[in-house]
Design a protein around this ligand. Structure first.
Ligand SMILES: [Zn+2]
Ligand SMILES: [Zn+2]
Ligand SMILES: [Zn+2]
Length: 150
């Protein structure tokens, strides 16, 4: 699984970008990360690779749509191997699971906003936070009670 992710990423990059040994190493680390990860997670394992190279390679992967950024509810920005089409995330506050959804129905809202504000809106970012299906069932009732007072 991780190896095929690496191959896919390299294949996508090699047509337009120089593939260096350091880039391959960073891509290998990215592909081995479970779920979502921070820049620090990559840096912690990137011995021998310059900090700037790690940052530049992550940016390249984001620009190419191979990884995406996830804004966690506490404000931390993480990365994640991505759908390369426009999508949004459901982020579980309990276990940290992230699910993508690719159906974005915001065209009406955006068109309306544009008319009302005079803004030419070119992009948007939207994350949803809550409890995933598993956590809804397993989070103790006492904590659920705090979340939804009767
Ligand atoms: Zn994503
Ligand atoms: Zn969860
Ligand atoms: Zn959208």
């Amino acid at each position: 699984m991780a190896q095929s992710t690496v191959s896919t990423m390299l294949h996508r990059l090699e047509t337009r970008h120089r593939i260096t040994v350091s880039r391959i190493a960073v891509i290998g680390l990215v592909a081995s990360m479970p779920g979502h990860f921070s820049v620090e997670d990559v840096l912690a394992q990137s011995r021998g690779i310059g900090r700037a190279t790690v940052f530049r390679t992550l940016k390249l992967l984001v620009d190419e749509g191979l990884i995406c950024r996830v804004l966690l509810e506490d404000g931390r920005l993480h990365y994640r191997v991505s759908h390369d089409t426009h999508h949004h995330h459901l982020v579980c506050k309990e276990c940290g699971a992230v699910e993508d959804f690719t159906t974005c129905d915001l065209e009406g809202l955006i068109a309306g906003l544009s008319v009302r504000t005079g803004f030419d809106i070119t992009s948007h970012w939207l994350e949803f936070y809550g409890l995933c299906r598993t956590c809804r069932e397993t989070v103790p009732a006492s904590r659920n009670a705090i979340l939804t007072p009767s």
